[in-house]
Design a protein around this ligand. Structure first.
Ligand SMILES: [Zn+2]
Ligand SMILES: [Zn+2]
Length: 81
């Protein structure tokens, strides 16, 4: 049994995520996202997908990054083609 560090639920199928050398325990992905996911600087939503990073600032998409930084950010899916 492990206890979720976000909601306190004790769950036999809890899982661990190690990030930046720190170990986190969650009972579900929603709790993991709540604790771990960066927040878009422009619109405030949780960045759950790839997101866009400009000068260490996180955005949910290239649109938000462009509006906030003026940088010619592009979604990575666009540049993969
Ligand atoms: Zn939880
Ligand atoms: Zn956004």
């Amino acid at each position: 049994m492990a206890t979720c560090e976000v909601c306190g639920n004790e769950y036999d199928k809890a899982f661990e995520i190690v990030a930046a050398g720190q170990r986190h325990v969650f009972d579900c992905f929603e709790c993991a996202v709540h604790r771990m996911a960066p927040v878009c600087e422009h619109c405030g939503c949780k960045v759950v997908g790839h997101g866009t990073e400009v000068d260490g600032r996180f955005f949910c998409c290239a649109h938000c990054a462009r509006l906030s930084t003026g940088a010619p950010a592009a979604d990575r899916v666009d540049t993969m083609v």
